[in-house]
Design a protein around this ligand. Structure first.
Ligand code: GUN
Length: 294
């Protein structure tokens, strides 16, 4: 039997449509236009692609999109001054500084400078701490997307064994917290974990977020497991072009898993959709409105 393929494209499109409906409603009822500011420093080609897609999708959802491009050699002080200006700007409800920043800039100081109420990346220590404490918080977009994809297969994650492979601030750590909030039993694995295949074998839910092409093999999986592949790895092809692969050996996993996300067309699609959700939520919270219906 082959696994059900979890279609991130379709699920993300549905989510974006629900966001657009709520954006139209808050505009109509409260004259509020949620606004997202994205800051791109330097000209990393992959980051430029992401930022363009954020811009297009933000506008398509009816929100205001503000793009700020700074040269790679911008000073820390100038970058902090821009963040401070966006913090004060009433038309901006969400601020995202695209990572990674070029060398020489202090990422931690930049994240700490973002108003936590506008921190749609959920990276500010205030939000990360609130999430870890089980309190209401803006949570990082990729982990939010992972939970939504999992819930497209399982209505409840209560009591399930989940393994998160990877412990980054952007994905692994916040994902662990979100899974705990769903009452899953969570194992956190990483590059120093012993017997990773043995740990994965016990998991009903497998989240691979390590950035190593096809590291998780099909025979590591518990039959019927749900596999969420966060990896986006570009590997060279013979013709000089590149192809995208995840952190899971997809063809092998298809034969063992119960459900699996493809790369591309899985988690990647969800991240920007969840960014729109966070921007809408931040705008409503800042304006003192009730939580939106998405
Ligand atoms: N770079 C890759 N993914 C992300 C993300 O979700 N947020 C930010 N700020 N930078 C990223």
């Amino acid at each position: 039997m082959t696994a059900k393929i979890i279609d991130g494209k379709v699920i993300a499109a549905e989510l974006r449509a629900r966001v657009a409906d709520e954006v139209a409603r808050v505009k109509r009822e409260h004259n509020l236009v949620p606004g997202l500011a994205v800051v791109l420093v330097g000209n990393d080609p992959a980051s430029e692609v992401y930022v363009r897609s954020k811009h297009t999708q933000t506008q398509a959802a009816g929100m205001a999109s503000f793009e700020h491009k700074l040269p790679a050699d911008v000073s820390q002080a100038d970058l902090l001054a821009l963040v401070a200006k966006l913090n004060r700007d009433p038309a901006v409800h969400g601020i995202l500084v695209q990572l990674p920043l070029p060398k020489g800039l202090n990422t931690e100081a930049v994240i700490n400078a973002i108003d936590p109420a506008k921190d749609v990346d959920g990276l500010h220590p205030n939000n990360a701490g609130r999430l870890a404490g089980g309190f209401q918080a803006l949570s990082p977009c990729t982990p939010l997307g992972c939970i939504i994809l999992t819930k497209s297969v399982h209505a409840s994650l209560e009591g399930m064994n989940a393994i998160v492979i990877g412990r980054s601030n952007l994905v692994g750590r916040p994902l662990v917290q979100l899974l705990l909030n769903e009452n899953a039993t969570v194992t956190i694995a990483h590059s120093r974990s012993r017997d990773l295949p043995g740990l994965v074998k016990q998991a009903d839910l497998v989240y691979a977020a390590v950035g190593r092409p096809e590291m998780v093999r099909g025979d590591w999986l518990k039959p019927g497991a749900t596999v969420i592949d966060v990896g986006i790895n570009r590997i060279p092809k013979e013709d000089g072009k590149t192809r995208l692969v995840g952190d899971v050996a997809y063809q092998e996993a298809l034969e063992v898993a119960g459900a699996i996300t493809p790369v591309p067309g899985g988690v990647g699609q969800m991240t920007v959709a969840c960014l729109l959700v966070n921007t809408l939520r931040a705008a409503c919270a800042i304006a003192g409105l009730p939580k939106p219906a998405v």
